[in-house]
Write a protein that binds this ligand. Structure first.
Ligand code: SF4
Ligand code: MSK
Length: 679
């Protein structure tokens, strides 16, 4: 009998491996088609790994501690759990509450670090641009520069001989860059942006002792406090978790958004498309994936150069098609209209099309398995960031540096063009793509829904008060392969808009909504309740407003602040008929976002899983008691319709407290009814 070779053994093991049912894995047809194709080609994706790798139940409950070498200490929730007699302990005596709280705040530290380090990288480039040390980047939006400067304590005017003169813009930019950069590590004081919040909110943070001192310190302090044998009080741990989360939302993320807007332009609504169908068979396809837009901005600029397009034509392509995955995609969409190739869970699938000539990745949310998938095709996988390399030998590393940014981008684009001719004949691009309008922000919402002659956000508030708009929801966050791709995102959002709740979206929720066709003004008449449909049709906006990337959740905080300022809906964010949601979250960043949103006064519902189920007392603290402190709290609901209705119930509770609940029982009045009222 012939000897069975290692390769054959591996192949037969592969053949017997269980794979995902594409229909059960995603609601999206393009995704289903590509999962099937991957399986036909024998290429494993995350959807299949979801079948073969089961999550650890104890880790899922948040009660596994491995913070020292005496562990891991695993404390699962007993089937007959009784709070009064619960005596679970780790070797050192740590209780489930302490362990779950330590794990939870470490997730906040991870998330806040990721957002904030992204912000720091942007601040570094900003400073180089302001000091004119690089030709590639300029200060594009001087209006925003002048808006941001005073918020960082930078004067925009100067007094000379009794006269007030405008300060030189270059000088302002350098000082803004320096002040911003200082926020990561200043020795004294507190973060400058905290006072952008409504005053009562700031006072709550002050009273609770959670004003962040600087961004880095709060993250470091979490790592210290959660070290073996330090902070053992879950409430005290959450205090620090809150402080670090606020340093993310009102610090690192907000600075990233502002500095990116000043350098690359403040987004304004633009038309584009979304889903794998944006890839073009006869074009060089470059997919950009990750989070930091500093490199992708350059790739966009270079790919549009006539000489590059000409070079692509010489190589037999009709042009260059850029598209994006995850939040780098959202960044270049909101500023340039570059189409969205897909969500977090479609990253492997984009390569499976066989049409991607280069995938360029920077930081965060990048599957290590991309390299294995790319190996099966001609796709060049290029890492660009010194902190995010891959070990596989088919991955190229072209380290990006702002001092030779254009040259780096040219090298990448040329590499992709040169690779076009290596494409196999087996290209399969799903036809699905949806038209979208994206690129909203605090400024454009003001423009579309406010109108400068009536005062900022006045019309939006007016329509909330009269009940046409029932409330506002921020629906954000990732995909999670443990739940059906995009199902939760889309069901939650559709249920909200059906009930007249306008949705602000970012991250992969925004991409999911884009793929479903919810980012067009026309979708309002199909999916919205009558009040919201009327507003969207009158103003010409979609019922779901795409506000950008993960760091752009800071735009949601500022939009809520503007609503408070416009008046008539209370004095603080916690008074507003507003709720948050992350239906399919998976990233530590979502936990940090959730906590800064909660601490900003917003009730926030998570889907998929919640990592504290093994510590019911700590979970109750997050789900109930947090509201008494901050006016916002976390909640969990896996069923998307119930999830949306928890948010709607909260919105209605806030409407009632504001005394505007009756306004929703609107009576359609004709002219004589109105005359009678006025008389
Ligand atoms: Fe176990 Fe305590 Fe060490 Fe955690 S810190 S692993 S609970 S002994
Ligand atoms: S990309 S963090 S999967 S939203 Fe920002 Fe999507 Fe979540 Fe990454």
């Amino acid at each position: 009998m012939a000897e069975v070779t290692k390769v054959e053994k591996k192949a037969s093991a592969k053949a017997s491996k269980k794979v995902a049912d594409p229909m059960a894995a995603s609601v999206d047809k393009a995704t289903q088609q590509m999962i099937r194709r991957a399986q036909d080609l024998g290429i494993e994706t995350c959807f299949d790994r979801n079948i073969t790798i089961k999550p650890c139940n104890i880790g899922n409950q948040g009660t596994c501690c491995k913070n020292c070498g005496m562990g891991p200490c695993r404390l699962p929730l007993p089937k007959d759990y009784d709070e009064a007699t619960d005596d679970r302990k780790g070797l050192c005596g740590a209780t489930p509450n302490t362990i779950a709280a330590r794990n939870f705040v470490r997730m906040i530290a991870g998330g806040a670090a990721a957002h904030s380090d992204h912000g720091r990288a942007v601040a570094e480039v900003f400073l180089s641009a302001a000091r004119k040390e690089t030709d590639a980047y300029q200060i594009k939006d001087t209006r925003k520069l002048l808006d941001v400067a005073p918020l960082l304590g930078v004067a925009t005017t100067v007094e000379k001989d009794g006269e007030v003169l405008d300060r030189d813009l270059d000088e302002i930019a350098v000082e803004v860059g320096e002040k911003a950069f200082n926020e990561w590590g200043k020795a004294e004081g507190e973060l400058e942006y905290l006072t952008r919040a409504p005053k009562p909110r700031y006072e709550i943070w002050k009273k609770q002792g959670v004003l962040p001192r600087n961004i880095d310190r709060e993250i470091v302090e979490i790592m210290h406090r959660t070290h073996m044998g330090v902070d053992q009080d879950y409430k005290n741990l959450m205090k620090q978790g809150t402080r670090a989360a606020l340093a993310d939302g009102w610090g690192g993320s907000m600075l990233a958004t502002d500095l990116q807007d000043i350098m690359f332009g403040t987004p304004f609504p633009r038309v584009s498309e979304a889903n794998l169908g944006v890839l073009k068979e006869d074009h060089v396809n470059i997919v950009i994936h990750g989070h930091e837009p500093v490199l992708s901005e350059m790739v966009v600029a270079v790919a549009q150069k006539p000489e590059m397009v000409e070079y692509a034509k010489q190589k037999g392509a009709k042009g260059i098609q850029l598209s994006g995955i995850c939040c780098t995609a959202n960044e270049i969409l909101e500023r340039h209209g570059v189409p969205l190739c897909g969500t977090f869970l479609q990253q492997e699938l984009s390569i499976i099309t066989g049409a991607v000539d280069a995938m360029v990745v920077d930081v965060q949310c990048i599957f290590q398995n991309l390299a294995n998938v790319a190996k099966c095709f001609h796709t060049k996988l290029i890492t660009t960031h010194p902190i995010a390399k891959m070990e596989q030998d088919n991955v190229l590393h072209i380290e990006f540096d702002e001092h030779h940014a254009i040259e780096d981008a040219e090298r990448i684009v040329k590499l992709a063009i040169d690779n076009f001719e290596n494409r196999g004949t087996e290209v399969m691009i799903p036809p699905q793509k949806s038209p979208i309008v994206a690129g909203f922000g605090v400024e454009s919402v003001e423009y579309h829904l406010g109108g400068s002659f009536r005062g900022t956000y006045y019309t939006l508030n007016d329509n909330i008060i009269n009940g046409r708009i029932r409330g506002i929801a921020g629906v954000v966050g990732c995909n999670n392969a443990r739940v059906k791709h995009n199902e939760g995102h889309i069901a939650v959002v559709k249920e909200l808009i059906k009930n007249d709740v306008i949705v602000l979206t970012t991250g992969c929720n925004a991409i999911a909504c884009a793929m479903e066709g919810l980012l067009t003004p026309e979708s309002a008449s199909v999916f919205c309740g009558p009040g919201l449909a009327e507003i969207c049709e009158t103003v010409g906006i979609p019922p779901v407003l795409h506000l950008g990337s993960c760091v752009d959740n800071s735009r949601i905080l500022l939009a809520a602040t503007e609503v408070v300022k416009a008046g008539g809906l209370g004095n603080d964010i916690s008074d507003l008929p507003v709720a948050g949601s992350a239906p399919e979250w998976m990233s530590e960043k979502a936990i940090s976002i959730g906590q800064y949103v909660v601490a900003s006064g917003i009730y926030t519902v998570f889907g998929a899983v919640f990592p504290t189920a093994g510590a019911p007392v700590f979970q109750r603290y997050l789900f109930e008691e947090m509201e008494k402190i901050y006016g916002g709290m976390c909640d969990f609901e896996a069923d998307p319709i119930k999830h949306a209705h928890k948010m709607i119930a909260h919105i209605d509770k806030k409407r009632k407290a504001l005394g505007i609940d009756k306004a929703r029982d609107r009576v359609m009045m004709d002219f004589s009814d109105r005359q009678a009222l006025e008389a």
